[in-house]
Design a protein around this ligand. Structure first.
Ligand SMILES: Nc1ncnc2c1ncn2[C@@H]1O[C@H](COP(=O)(O)OP(=O)(O)O)[C@@H](O)[C@H]1O
Ligand SMILES: [Mg+2]
Length: 355
């Protein structure tokens, strides 16, 4: 197991400055996810770790070793990409053996180790097949086996699930996480899918335009997004602008004035110009219309989306469109488009910074 660090990295493409004095530490043995929109620099960081991209300046450290100048094949890194990148003209077994052969592992031992890995990913009966005769999910299992069989010091996964359909994605993400846990190997996973990041990671670094805007465990990133960008990117929170701070309530909760009335928060963050409250759709409930009261917001249902276990409502209010998610099985009544409703907002909304 090994800690991995980016130290003071700068990188530009033409006139585009992608990274400026970028620092990040990936703790030893962790499943660490780089999460951010397309173009924010995730793949470039991963390629720097693999040795495919040399930064303009700064260092890549494996443990205490500076590997910035170490070539790809000497880094001891396993990689899996979105597009599988299997050798099309070699069998599944030969694909998995490849890295071992390159490391001069004797053929019989290489084959035994490759077969054991194939068995682990449930593909031992496919050893003789060619990649073209496999499904997307099977190819990605082969790619995982090929990356892990060399017992790498570091595993790099670049959107390995993005090309698969939803059901397979969900299946494979638990397999990948189990394999990583068994091997105890430091892993950097790249995705633009927030659900995947939340489901798989020990730690998430949320990125925006070449910067890490927040890093922490999934639950913390979800419950305490620091900025509006994080709140919106991870779980698409409802964002309500704050106008003013009002005298606290009797039980000590902060009361904040918003265009939709008074809302409560337990956050002790200071308010800045442009601060908002971020409210998760599942924290809001639909209640019977009643007298005007703090924490209630009235509106009209603009859209109903039945998603199976969850029913989603989009409600037009004085603070814009508010999304509310309700467990379908716990709904007391079906509501439809055009219906006036009252929203009960949570007693402790979370304050976020403007960007
Ligand atoms: N080799 C390259 N030449 C020119 N621009 C590049 C190169 N690699 C990456 N970029 C640019 O750097 C930015 C980040 O790319 P990338 O790391 O692939 O982002 P992500 O993986 O988050 O989508 C993009 O604007 C991309 O166009
Ligand atoms: Mg990418």
């Amino acid at each position: 197991m090994m800690q991995v660090s980016f130290r003071n990295i700068s990188q530009s493409y033409g006139r585009q400055v992608l990274f400026q004095q970028f620092d990040l530490v990936i703790p030893s043995g962790s499943f660490f996810t780089l999460l951010g929109p397309s173009g924010c620099g995730k793949t470039t960081l991963l390629r720097m770790l693999g040795g495919f991209v040399k930064p303009d300046s700064g260092q890549i450290l494996f443990g205490d070793d500076d590997v910035t100048q170490v070539p790809v094949h000497r880094r001891g890194v396993g990689m899996v990409f979105q597009d599988y990148a299997l050798f099309p003209d070699r069998s599944v077994l030969a694909n998995v053996c490849y890295g071992l052969a390159a490391r001069q592992v004797p053929a019989a031992e290489a084959e035994a180790r490759a077969m054991a890995m194939l068995k682990r990913v449930g593909l031992e009966t496919f050893a003789g097949r060619m990649p073209a005769a496999l499904s997307g999910g099977q190819r990605q299992r082969v790619a995982m086996a090929r990356a892990l069989v060399i017992q790498p010091r570091l595993l790099l996964l670049d959107e390995p699930l993005s090309a698969l359909d939803v059901k397979l994605r969900v299946e494979l993400r638990s397999m990948i996480r189990d394999l990583q846990t068994e091997a105890g190997i430091t892993t950097v996973f790249v995705t633009h899918d927030q659900e995947e990041a939340l489901a798989m990671s020990d730690l998430i670094a949320v990125m925006d335009r070449g910067r890490v805007v927040q890093a922490g465990p999934p639950r913390e990133i979800y419950a305490k997004p620091r900025s509006r960008f994080v709140a919106d990117f991870v779980g698409s929170a409802n964002v309500v602008p704050v106008d003013s701070e009002l005298p606290s309530s009797a039980d000590g909760a902060r009361r904040l004035g918003t265009p939709g009335g008074v809302l409560l928060t337990r956050s002790d963050l200071p308010l800045a110009a442009g601060s908002s409250l971020a409210i998760r759709s599942e924290e809001i409930s639909l209640v019977a219309a009643g007298p005007q009261q703090e924490g209630l917001l009235s509106g009209v249902i603009e859209h109903v989306e039945f998603r199976g276990s969850i029913t989603g409502y989009a409600v037009r209010t004085t603070v814009g469109l508010i999304r509310v998610d309700v467990w379908t099985s716990q709904q007391k009544q079906l509501r439809s488009r055009g219906e006036p409703v009252t929203l009960q907002l949570p007693p402790a909304a979370h304050i976020v910074e403007p960007s």
